[in-house]
Design a binder for this molecule. Sequence first.
Ligand code: S3P
Length: 173
Amino acid sequence: MKLPGLESERIWITGMPFSGKSSAARKLASLLHWQRTDTDAQIEKDSGMSIPEIFASLGELEFRRKEKELTDLLCSAQHRVISTGGGLPVFYGNMDTMLQNGTVVFLNTSVEIIAQRSLEHKDRPLVHAVEETQEARVDFFRKMLFERLPYYGKAHHTFGSEKALLEWAQTLL
Ligand code: S3P
């Protein structure tokens, strides 16, 4: 079953770390009565290791390989909202895979909010080395966003907040 207005049976939520993808996915899945997968959580479950452990013991490339494998697998999932790790769209052509196999949403939360949240939650390996000040984090995430925008920017829909994303979803019902 496709919902009216939806081009596909899968919605991929992409965006920077701390942009609120998991929370938006939870609400969207509940609104649509769809299943939900969070790629980070699924990789942790499948490998029996946390993301920081995977980065530390297997390395980032092995993590990216796991993301690619999972992305391909999820292309056959039905009625599924998928929140992706922030770097997933950048590697192995995953953004094009998602675009061809679902509706891709970019949650474009402001860099200031992302920086603030990164200081409150300390579980993401990519920011460990960055000084713990709002200014340093804003600089860091601004650069990351600049590098990733060519990928995120290809999404079918871009929203500046979870609220805007959910309002769009309401129009599909
Ligand atoms: C990463 C983001 C993380 C996680 C990993 C790498 C990234 O996910 O996949 O630490 O490269 O931006 P979130 O976007 O859920 O934080």
